[in-house]
Ligand binder design. Sequence first.
Ligand code: SF4
Length: 752
Amino acid sequence: MAFDIEMIKKVYEDMPARVDKARELVGRPLTLSEKILYAHLWEGMPSQKFERSKDYVDFAPDRVACQDATAQMALLQFMHAGKEQSAVPTTVHCDHLIQAKVGAEQDLAVANSQSKEVFDFLSSVTNKYGIGFWKPGSGIIHQILLENYAFPGGLMIGTDSHTVNAGGLGMLAIGVGGADAVDVMSGMAWELKFPKLIGVKLTGKLNGWTAPKDVILRVADILTVKGGTGAIVEYFGEGALSMSATGKGTICNMGAEIGATTSTFGYDDSMRRYLNATGRAEVVVAADKVADYLTADPEVYTNPEQYFDELIEINLSELEPYINGPFTPDRGTPVSKMKEEAAKNDWPIKVEWGLIGSCTNSSYEDMSRAVSIVNQAVELGITPKAEFGINPGSEQIRFTIERDGIIAAFEKMGTKVFTNACGPCIGQWDRAGADKQEKNTIVHSFNRNFSKRADGNPNTHAFVTSPEMVAALAISGRLDFNPITDTLINDNGEEVKFKPPFGDELPKKGFDVDDPGFQAPAEDGSKIEVIVSPTSQRLQLLEPFKPWDGKNITGAKLLIKAFGKCTTDHISMAGPWLRFRGHLDNISNNMLIGAENAFNHKTNWVKNELTGEYGEVPAVQRAYKAAGVPTIVVGDQNYGEGSSREHAAMEPRHLGVKAVLVKSFARIHETNLKKQGMLALTFANEADYDKIQEDDTINFLDLVEFAPAKPLTLEFVHSDGSKDIILANHTYNDQQIEWFKAGSALNLIAAG
Ligand code: SF4
């Protein structure tokens, strides 16, 4: 559980000289984000300035964090890096695979039995490689990171999009794919396009019913779900200073909902208070020594329009509570407009469920403010009209709020306390009656509200709001209830009104926990055996991919010419396939099943050139593999856009596809293909895409001369005997060509 104070001190020791050098190179005052980025360059001391939104830069993150769903393939790959330990402090958190149904105790027991093999694997592999393991029930990755590991000025990557939550403690924390995590754990650099910067100036002070959640709900309303793409959002101003660190965490958490790379705040007293309360006084002492480097230069805050690419100003004193949704987190409605909006859009008014917690809003402050509304309801004699559920973010939070009577107060109203895990936030909610698919409304304090996300019912209208507003709306049973102005009728028929919520930022008696659920890794893991059953359907140890044989690829067949959009979802579908994320052979049965075949415009229906018959893509590819026939995949523009999921590159590699030739790549997918030892190629002339025919046989003419900046020549022999010579560009540098030759980047690391 140790938070690695020596690593943190080293970051602070290096930071001043690096930031000063960066300021000199850039030639102007620096924002906080720039300071953190320049202090974490892979090369150490900065030697050049970087252009935002343009330059790709190698960084050296301080930490890695993985959740149980994404950690499986990441760690299976890491096992091939040939390392004794992860190169940087790393933790794994079991939170996504636990269903919410009856209540914490029973639900956790079911998950421990259903996902036993996955948890056993994660427990043993982390133990072996010096990785901290947070057991099922310990809590949600981002709450645990905030409570234990986040620190001002740090750089962290995590295999979950809400890793950004740690910005609440002044970090740059960024969600990545498993392949990136494996690189960093293996001691390699991590690459990111230098982000642009959005400044959010917060003036005034939150008051009454408004909470930090309303800041990000308003920002999402302004910027929309795409508005933060490629940007870091940096919050500052008197309003920021007046907010709790956990409130800042909520704001940063939902930065993922506007597509931002990450969000952050400058180091301030709220962070000192939180670090001290969570047992990290040593971090405060160390951070205070470099405090000027943990916030932007003063000129940035006086003239922000000169330093940010975009600037937003929000006056917290005037901000209303927001209720965002349904179906998208950027559809913002201030509480005063909800009556009108709900009626206009025919949203179901009756609130069926109120859900509080998740990684977004699980702080002591959140819980105590929400329970202040619950307690008022009891005093005012109001029986809640909707059902209530809570997902505490960590065992530390759960234990502390139980000690302080908060859970008892919730339970008095019939609230279900689910496991300290994601549960309803990720569709792991076995909600009674959801299969009837009735149109209904729920309100929650989570971050995402896409269709089906909570309970699988496409007709559930989920609205995102602050925990105190969830409490008020669920008690009233109405989506259009405005607690600021409206009254309720209590059980005695009297008209009553809520007072604004109130609560403690931090527990007066301090945080407490009996068993936090942490397993420290073994000092020497060399003798530890990683547990994977050879008959498992969910986990499979990886075999290293074979190195290149040094010859031109000849006699290859076309597996599929994909037409139009082909995202990582088309290449490796999610949904029911999620359970096979740790089993490469099983998940490969979804390879390219969503891609549209350019010759018949059907999905998952391609010609097997060996038999002349049509079949499903994975089955046809397996037939080619069995016959020892190499294949290539051809694609259209922006092939592989979407998530950074490495499975989309590993599956074709596993099944024997040699090359992917497209009009253009989504960059992350292109890199993933390279890392897995595939050939990622683009048409030198896009119009050549049209020359490719279904029955072609493909020969590489000069792969033996594979070199940076030198196009490869491919011969396409058509069924009538005619030929087309097609030039294929690539972006491989010398090192990446070595990855290809070795069979994969990890093979090369292991060999070194
Ligand atoms: Fe993701 Fe929800 Fe879990 Fe947070 S609580 S990590 S948003 S699934």
